[in-house]
Design a protein around this ligand. Structure first.
Ligand SMILES: N[C@@H](CCOP(=O)(O)O)C(=O)O
Length: 462
C-alpha cells in the first residue's frame, strides 16, 4: 500500500513512513493511493467479532504486512483492553431507529482513545525495534491532548509536546493533560485559539530545522493517517451490530477537524452501506455553510459550550476535497491555500456531489443545552454537548426514518460541566480513575501565539 500527498508534490510513502510523520513535505496530507474494498459477504462474515478482531480485518490492508500479523493482533488486543465497556463501543438506543455509539469508554473518556491507544503502541513498536527517538507534536481543542499523552507517555523513545488554546478548553480537559507527570511530557497553553495551535503545528512540520539532527516530528492529530485508519473501524462495528451490511445505516458525526466523518466516508467507500453522513457543527460552522450555501469562508472562531469543535480550519477536509476534485492536487492546493485570503466556492457539479453525500447543521449553545435536557428527560441518559449537537443534527437532517440513525457520542459529559449545568442537570461524578483529578498538581507553560516561541521551547526541552 502506497500513500500519496493531496498536494501532489511529495514522494509516495509506505505505512511506516506515514505513521512516523504528519504533514507531507509539500504541506499536503497523506491518503492511500487506492482504497481496499470489501464485498458484502466478506463484511457480513465479520458479524459478532470482538472489536479488536474486527479492527484487525479492517486495518490490515492499510498496513500491508509492514507490521507482522501476530504483532498487529497483539497491539490491537492491548489497545482495546484499556476500555471499560466489554463491547468497547456500545450502542445505546434513544428512540425507535435512533442510536448513539458510545465512543468514550477509553481511558480519557473521548473517541480519540480509539486511535491514540493504538497509535502509541504502534509508535512504541516501530521506534523500539529501530532504536529511534522522535518528538511528538500535537494541537488540541480539548480531547486529542490527553488521549495522545495517555497513549504515548509510556514510550521511552518519545518526547511529547501538546499545544492547547489558553483558557479555551474545559477544566477537566485541561487537567487531564496537565496533571500527567513525566519528564517526556510537555503541555503548552498558547495565547490563541485552536486554529492558531494547529497552524503552529503545521508550520513546525514544514521546517524541522529547530530539532536535533537525530529527531523528527510525528503527529498525533488526525493529519497522521494512522489516526484516520483506526477510526474507520467503529463505523463497521456499529453497522454490523445493527444488522449491516444488509441493512444500511446513517451516521451523524459531531465535526471539528473532519477526521471522524472522513473515516465514515472511507468506510462507505470501502463497501459499507452508509445511507446518510451528517456533519454536525457548533457555531463554528464553516463546513455547514459550504454544504448548505457553497460558501467556504473563515469567520471568527468563537468559544462555545462544545470546545472540542471550536475549529474553523478543518484539516481533513482537504483529504475529502482530493477525491471530490478527482485527485487533482493542483486544484486542491489552490482551494485550500486560497481560503486564507478569499472565500472559496466549489464548482456546481462538485457542490452537488458534496451535498448528495453530506447533510449538515450548525447548532448554537442554547439548542445544545435544550437537547441535553430533552434526551435526559426522555431516556435518563446524560449526553455531552458535542453528542447533543450530533443528536440534534440527526433529528433535523434525517431523510429516511426507516434507516437506523447512529450519532457518534464523542465524549463523556463529565468533561463538560458548564454545558451540563446550563442544561439544568446535575454534574456527574468523575470516574474512579479520575476521582482526585481536581486536586492533582498541574504543570504547563503559557506561551505566546508564535511559532518561534514554541519551537524555541521545544528545542530547550529536547
Ligand atoms: N477536536 C480535537 C481537535 C484536534 O483534532 P484531531 O482529530 O485532528 O486530533 C481535540 O479535541 O483536540
Amino acid at each position: 500500500m502506497k500513500y500519496i500527498s493531496t498536494r501532489g508534490k511529495a514522494p509516495a510513502c509506505n505505512f511506516e513512513q506515514v505513521l512516523l510523520t504528519g504533514l507531507a513535505p509539500d504541506g499536503g496530507l497523506y491518503v492511500p493511493e487506492s482504497l481496499p474494498r470489501f464485498s458484502e459477504s466478506e463484511i457480513a462474515s465479520w458479524a459478532g467479532l470482538p472489536y479488536d478482531q474486527l479492527a484487525f480485518r479492517v486495518i490490515k490492508p492499510f498496513i500491508d504486512g509492514e507490521i507482522p500479523d501476530d504483532v498487529l493482533q497483539r497491539i490491537l488486543s492491548e489497545s482495546y483492553q484499556t476500555f471499560t465497556h466489554k463491547a468497547v463501543a456500545p450502542l445505546r438506543q434513544l428512540d425507535a431507529n435512533e442510536w448513539v455509539l458510545e465512543l468514550y469508554c477509553g481511558p480519557t473518556l473521548a473517541f480519540k482513545d480509539f486511535a491514540l491507544q493504538l497509535l502509541g503502541r504502534l509508535l512504541d513498536y516501530v521506534l523500539t525495534r529501530d532504536n529511534k527517538k522522535v518528538a511528538v507534536l500535537g494541537a488540541t481543542s480539548g480531547d486529542t491532548g490527553s488521549a495522545a499523552l495517555e497513549g504515548c507517555r509510556h514510550c521511552e523513545n518519545i518526547d511529547l509536546f501538546i499545544l492547547h488554546p489558553y483558557q479555551r478548553v474545559s477544566e477537566v480537559q485541561r487537567r487531564q493533560m496537565t496533571t500527567i507527570a513525566g519528564d517526556n511530557v510537555h503541555n503548552i497553553a498558547v495565547r490563541g485559539n485552536f486554529d492558531d495551535c494547529q497552524r503552529i503545528v503545521k508550520a513546525a512540520f514544514g521546517d524541522q530545522s529547530f530539532l536535533p539532527s537525530d529527531r523528527q516530528l510525528v503527529a498525533v492529530n488526525s493529519i497522521n493517517w494512522a489516526r484516520i485508519m483506526a477510526q474507520i473501524v467503529y463505523y463497521f462495528y456499529a453497522s454490523l451490530n445493527l444488522g449491516g451490511p444488509l441493512r444500511p445505516v446513517s451516521f451523524s458525526v459531531p465535526t471539528g477537524n473532519f477526521g471522524d466523518i472522513y473515516a465514515g466516508y472511507l468506510a462507505r467507500s470501502m463497501g459499507l452501506p452508509v445511507n446518510q453522513l451528517i456533519i454536525a457543527t457548533n457555531r463554528n460552522d464553516i463546513l455547514h455553510r459550504l454544504i448548505s450555501d457553497n460558501e467556504y469562508s473563515l469567520g471568527s472562531l468563537e468559544h462555545t459550550l462544545s470546545p472540542s469543535m471550536d475549529i474553523m480550519v478543518s484539516s481533513n477536509f482537504e483529504r475529502y476535497l482530493f477525491d471530490l476534485f478527482d485527485r487533482d492536487a493542483e486544484a486542491v492546493t489552490e482551494f485550500v491555500t486560497g481560503l486564507g485570503h478569499t472565500p472559496q466556492k466549489l464548482k456546481p457539479d462538485q457542490w452537488l456531489r458534496a451535498r448528495e453525500l453530506f447533510s449538515s447543521l450548525g447548532v448554537d449553545d442554547d439548542t445544545t443545552c435544550k437537547v441535553i435536557g430533552q434526551v435526559y428527560a426522555d431516556t435518563e441518559f446524560l449526553i455531552d454537548p458535542h453528542t447533543a449537537i450530533g443528536v440534534h443534527a440527526a433529528r433535523v437532517c434525517n431523510k429516511d426514518s426507516s434507516v437506523p440513525m447512529v450519532t457518534l457520542a464523542t465524549a463523556h459529559p463529565v468533561k463538560f460541566a458548564d454545558a451540563v449545568e446550563k442544561a439544568g442537570l446535575q454534574y456527574p461524578d468523575l470516574p474512579e480513575h479520575l476521582q482526585d483529578l481536581l486536586e492533582r498538581d498541574e504543570r504547563y507553560d503559557v506561551l505566546d501565539n508564535d511559532i518561534t516561541a514554541v519551537t524555541d521551547f521545544m528545542q530547550s526541552r529536547l
